[in-house]
Design a protein around this ligand. Structure first.
Ligand SMILES: [Zn+2]
Length: 268
C-alpha cells in the first residue's frame, strides 16, 4: 500500500515534470475506479494543463489550470507510471493521459480498489473521507498533535493509523514510527505521558524524512517501480535481531495486519 514516503516520492517526481504540461488525450479504461462520468473525463480533460501536485493523507491531488483537481487514492495496489507511449501497458491500466510533452502518465491498479475523482478546487470536501480526515501527518504541529490525541482512546497503533486523528500513516510505517518513538504498539494512549507524545510526533518526521529519499531513489526515471520495503528496520522483520538492541523482533498478526516490534526497546 502506498504510504507517505511513496506518495511524496511520486509527488516530487511529477512536480519536476508535469507543471505546465497539457493533456492531449484522456483514456478511461477500467470504469470501476472512476468516480467521474466517462464523458466528462474524456471530453473535458484534453486541453487542460497540469499545475502542482499536492498530497493530503493518502490522496494525491493534481491541480489543473481549469480550476479542477484530479484526486486519486491509490488504496492498496495503485501504481503511477510515467513512460513513453510505446511501452507496453501493464495489466489493469485504468487510465492513461497522453501528454503534450510526448510522455504518458498512467495509473494501473491490480486490485482495482483505488478511486479517481475530478472535482472543483473548492469542492474537495465532497470527496469521501476528506471531510472527516484529520490534518496530514507531516503538517500537524506538535501542539495540535498533542491536543488531538487526547480525543482518542485505545491502543496507540490503532490511533496512529486512524485517519480521523492524522492522515497518511499506514500499517507498515506505523510500526517504524512506534519503534523510533520506543512505544509499544498495544500500549493504551491514556498511559502515555507528554514526553511520549512529543517523541511520537518527532518520530513521524524522522521516519518519513529518512524513508522518502530511499523510495525516490527506487523510482528512478520512469516512476515504474515495485513497492520494496526491504529497508525498513522493524516492520515484517519478526524473528530477526532488533537493529538497536539485538533482541528477537516480535511479530503479531491480527485481523490481516502484521505488527512488528521490539519488546526490549518498546516496553509494554
Ligand atoms: Zn530492540
Amino acid at each position: 500500500m502506498p504510504e507517505i514516503p511513496d506518495l511524496e516520492a511520486i509527488r516530487g517526481f511529477l512536480n519536476q515534470r508535469l507543471p505546465g504540461v497539457a493533456i492531449e488525450r484522456a483514456e478511461y479504461l477500467i470504469p470501476v475506479v472512476f468516480r467521474v462520468p466517462k464523458d466528462e473525463f474524456v471530453s473535458t480533460l484534453p486541453g487542460d494543463v497540469f499545475g502542482e501536485t499536492a498530497r493530503r493523507g493518502k490522496f494525491l491531488l493534481f491541480a489543473l489550470r481549469s480550476g479542477r483537481v484530479l484526486v486519486i487514492n491509490a488504496m492498496l495496489t495503485g501504481r503511477f507510471q510515467y513512460l513513453q507511449p510505446d511501452v507496453k501497458r501493464r495489466a489493469r491500466t485504468c487510465l492513461v493521459f497522453g501528454l503534450a510533452n510526448g510522455w504518458d502518465l498512467r495509473y494501473a491498479d491490480e486490485r482495482l480498489m483505488g478511486k479517481v475523482y475530478l472535482v472543483a478546487a473548492d469542492a474537495l470536501e465532497s470527496v469521501p473521507q476528506f471531510a472527516e480526515m484529520g490534518p496530514d501527518a507531516l503538517e500537524v504541529s506538535r501542539e495540535e498533535f498533542a491536543q488531538r490525541i487526547r480525543r482518542f482512546t485505545g491502543q496507540i497503533k490503532n490511533i496512529v493509523v486512524n485517519l480521523r486523528f492524522v492522515a497518511g500513516i499506514g500499517n507498515a510505517y506505523a510500526d517504524e514510527i512506534l519503534f523510533a518513538a520506543r512505544l509499544h504498539p498495544y500500549r493504551k494512549r491514556t498511559l502515555l505521558n507528554e514526553e511520549d507524545i512529543e517523541r511520537l510526533h518527532e518520530a513521524i518526521h524522522k521516519v518519513f524524512d529518512w524513508a522518502t529519499p530511499i523510495v525516490a531513489e527506487q523510482m528512478r526515471e520512469e516512476l515504474n517501480y515495485e513497492e520494496r520495503r526491504d529497508f525498513l528496520k522493524i516492520h515484517r522483520r519478526g524473528g530477526e535481531p532488533c537493529p538497536v538492541c539485538g533482541t528477537r523482533i516480535s511479530e503479531i498478526t491480527a485481523g490481516q495486519r502484521i505488527t512488528s516490534f521490539c519488546r526490549n526497546c518498546q516496553p509494554g
